[in-house]
Write a protein that binds this ligand. Structure first.
Ligand code: PEP
Length: 249
């Protein structure tokens, strides 16, 4: 059985006091046993969140990392540093990193390697822009993102990989892919993994959907055969909406 996962990506939101307020509220909740919960606060709050949630079955993820293990990279954070503060998982290739910080498939492939070397779990994000979809180029683009960013990894590495399909036109826009559009792409991603690796590996990998998931649309999206959960931005900033989504399976 594939893991069901809901991961909250806070992006550049919540300072230490706001994080603490969220955590106090979160710890009052009852977490479903069949869902893995993850939270990706900003770097500055990773350790605080890790210590606070240690007893609560919520994993801590980082939103990004540098591809080098150390060195003269002012302002950057390494995998080793992330692990030392409790983040075992890292988001790689979020569309905002790709678009705003010019991270291309080649650099993302390096980040994947470094994360794996450091025994981290990766949430690898892929997804097309609206223009790609209008031109019906979305399957090809997603396939290229997989081939160039991820498909160099070994069979064993798939134990540490989660995919997040996030159509860029649906992120933070209030516009969601329909459940059918999400299912169609998730099925395609799984088929592509099966063709490049094996059916057994493809059947085991969790593929999350991201893009304006809210309490009122989560159940329908999560109900699709190949959707194993969500990467949640805006709606993960409030405990109430985050928990409603977590409880949508
Ligand atoms: C995201 O940041 O990965 C995301 C999906 O954001 P939102 O849920 O706000 O669209």
């Amino acid at each position: 059985m594939r893991k069901k996962i809901v991961a909250g990506n806070w992006k550049m939101n919540n300072d230490l006091a706001e994080t603490e307020m969220f955590l106090v509220e979160l710890k009052k909740q009852v977490f479903p046993e069949n869902v893995v919960l993850m939270l990706a606060p900003p770097f500055t709050n990773l350790n605080h969140a890790f210590k606070s949630l240690r007893e609560h079955n919520v994993e801590i993820a980082a939103q990004n990392m540098h591809q080098s293990n150390d060195g003269a990279f002012t302002g950057e954070i390494s995998a080793k540093m992330l692990k030392s503060v409790g983040a075992k998982t890292v988001i790689v290739g979020h569309s905002e990193r790709r678009a705003i910080f010019n991270e291309d498939n080649a650099v993302l492939a390096e980040k994947v390697n470094t994360a794996l070397e450091n025994e981290m779990t990766i949430i690898f994000c892929i997804g097309e822009e609206l223009e790609d979809r209008k031109k019906e180029n979305h399957f090809k683009l997603v396939k290229t993102q997989l081939e160039e960013g991820l498909f160099h990894v070994s069979n064993d590495s798939w134990e540490s990989i989660i995919i997040a399909y996030e159509p860029v036109w649906a992120i933070g826009t209030g516009e969601t892919a329909s459940p059918e559009q999400a299912q169609e792409m998730h099925k395609f991603i799984r088929k592509t993994i099966a063709e490049n690796y094996s059916k057994a590996i493809a059947e085991k990998v969790s593929i999350l959907y991201g893009g304006s998931v809210k309490p009122d649309n989560a159940a329908e999206i999560f109900g699709q055969d190949d959707v194993d959960g969500g990467l949640i931005g805006g709606a993960s900033l409030q405990v109430d909406s985050f928990m409603k989504i977590v409880n949508s399976f």
